[in-house]
Design a protein around this ligand. Sequence first.
Ligand code: BDR
Ligand code: CA
Length: 310
Amino acid sequence: MSIPVIVDCDPGHDDVFALWLAAGHPSLELVAVTAVGGNVPLEHTSRNARVALTVAGVMGVPVAAGAEGPLSRVLETAEWIHGENGLGGPVLPEPTVPLDARGATELIADTLLAASEPVAIVATGPITNVAVFLRDRPDLAGRIREIVWMGGSTGRGNVTPYAEFNAWVDPEALAIVVGSGIRFTMVGLNVTHRALVTAAVRERLAAVGNRTAAFGDELLDFFCRTNDEVFGMPDGPLHDPVAVAVLADPGSVELVHTRLDVELAGTETVGATSVDFDGMLRREPNAWVATGLDVDRFWGMLAASVSRLA
Ligand code: BDR
Ligand code: CA
């Protein structure tokens, strides 16, 4: 039995690998994709999601556009990592996967209503679309199996000293989703910084030898270069597929049930995620937080999943 999953994303290089892991892993059934403005504006992220599926030969999975920007802030983008169109590096093919006429909220609603079991949502960008969905369709919340999100950090940030990009772009949306009562898992930088694209990892993925792997290698070339320039990390951290791994192979990621809050109003710390491992705040645990990754198992599942694509 595979888990039906909706991927909500802002592709972005690492989002593409999250889509491929969700599409290619036998434990998952990718049932819908929604795009959000994040790494680059929505016109690019919604197109890039379609490009990612087109390259991988994944036809028949609907892709819808959602929010252009955060609930109550101006969108901040990350062209400095992902390039002007969000997928710097390869020449992008014209996507043959169409953009669904429905918006993200409608597509998620229809997907949940059509499913015979609760559907998981993996969010790999600012979590605006999920917050909007929960606000507009609270009647369907019970049909969501769980939400796994790449974002946040138990320690340092990557856009300000304490805020990770996805959390920082739309912290109000994050607060809504975490407060919804739906099982929520945060996969933050403290773990995704272990998913480093070393030379050996690049060889392992390229050795898959299909069209998807070749396109992926061009993406990784660009992504590692910008991570080196911006963060001094030549082995760029491939954040987003780690969130998919939580669902695909739960034994590959260690989780702790704890208290998660997000800073909405700090003068220097907006978007920082406060993870109260020691129970100092005496608040009820409200989230699962990733604390460890079986790195070799992760890259193995990603390579195997890519090998099942075109
Ligand atoms: C997150 O920000 C984006 O640039 C990546 O796609 C990832 O989702 C990492 O902070
Ligand atoms: Ca992303």
